[in-house]
Ligand binder design. Structure first.
Ligand code: 13P
Ligand code: SF4
Length: 343
């Protein structure tokens, strides 16, 4: 480990500003120590758009984030994902063919009254689909603003691919649950509990984050019963029941800021990815910070980026044979950038 770490420092020293290394908050500490910047999805997208100098962006996050970085970077910049298997199981729950099929069905039902919005946790092709149909991307930190914006454009919206973020956000904006329906992309069916389909305002894609679904109302009930002095803060990718039963919810950046600004001695149970929870506990020792699910919840795909993969990708840059370059084709990029820019 020590040898790998020293070599990465050495390479960073050699490449200097030719290399830029952003890392998402869910990355392991062994990676975060080398990060030029850490952030949530929105911050990392903005930073990728702003950094025009670096020749190589070694993106320590997951595939859709690297795609976004590529689409927002300059021609001469190469975005590298240290392990191509670092995907996102939620993003994989919506592909472009399923989306086109769903759109055909939904526009037959609702005409042109729908606007598509996609969480950034989606492929570039789906971002392009949204861009082409007047829609936009959203992140967990601007979802409320973006959903409110969508309702200024059209009467109803299709929210891909995270049903929970979509439901939690629309509910916060005053859309009752009975005005939401769920599109199942495997069965090609729309489930709706009410009787008048015309009342549907939000169509939620049936996707979810396997990490955040592991936080349950039982965990919250246990904590309230046995440790009532804990405040509960969760990510809005958690289910609606969990978000409603918790004290606070927001993006990874919001979670960090809330805990940072909390009183000394305050106690927090956090419903998000394990690496971030452990890091918060380490950097704020004057507060008590635990995971809401005592079994901890790792994002296995984020965790694929580790020291050996990072070192391998940096060695290849130094040798002049960069590997794992993420490129989005120009046609997809043109429409996807429309969606990103609207955000
Ligand atoms: P944010 O960092 O935007 O909160 O997103 C969390 C996440 O799941 C990234 O995949
Ligand atoms: Fe995807 Fe969930 Fe992992 Fe985020 S935490 S990258 S949404 S699987």
């Amino acid at each position: 480990v020590h040898e790998m770490e020293s070599r990465i420092w050495e390479i960073k020293n050699v490449l200097k500003e030719r290399l830029f290394l952003p890392a998402h908050h869910y990355q392991k500490d062994e990676i975060v120590q080398f990060a030029d910047v850490t952030g949530d999805s929105l911050q990392l997208a903005k930073i990728s758009a702003e950094n025009k100098k670096a020749e190589y962006i070694a993106f320590c996050g997951v595939h859709f984030m690297a795609e976004t970085a590529d689409m927002l970077s300059n021609e001469h910049q190469k975005v590298i994902l240290p392990d191509l298997k670092a995907g996102c199981s939620m993003a994989d729950m919506a592909d472009i063919f399923q989306t086109e099929r769903a759109w055909e069905h939904l526009t037959q039902l609702f005409g042109d009254s729908i606007l598509p919005l996609t969480y950034v946790n989606s492929t570039a092709a789906i971002k392009a689909f949204c861009g082409k149909h007047g829609g936009a991307t959203v992140t967990s930190s601007n979802a409320k603003n973006m959903v409110a914006w969508a309702f200024q454009q059209k009467e109803r919206l299709l929210f891909l691919p995270d049903q929970h973020l979509g439901r939690n956000t629309a509910f916060d904006l005053g859309v009752p649950l009975h005005e939401m329906a769920v599109w199942d992309p495997i069965q090609n069916t729309l489930s709706y509990e009410g009787s008048d389909l015309n009342k549907v305002k939000v169509i939620l894609w049936k996707g979810h984050c396997s990490v955040h679904e592991k936080f349950t109302v039982n965990h919250i009930d246990d904590l309230r019963k046995n440790h009532s002095d804990y405040q509960i803060i969760v990510h809005p990718e958690c289910t609606h029941e969990v978000v409603r039963a918790s004290d606070f919810n927001g993006s990874t950046h919001y979670i960090i800021e809330t805990i940072k600004n909390a009183k000394e001695g305050s106690k927090w149970a956090v419903g998000t990815e394990m690496n971030l929870v452990n890091r918060l506990a380490k950097i704020f020792p004057e507060k008590e910070i635990v995971s809401l699910n005592p079994n901890l919840c790792p994002c296995l795909t984020m965790n694929r980026i580790d020291l050996p993969h990072l070192l391998w990708s940096l060695e290849n840059i130094v040798k002049g044979t960069p590997q794992n370059i993420i490129t989005v084709d120009d046609v997809t990029k043109k429409d996807a950038v429309l969606a990103l820019n609207r955000m």
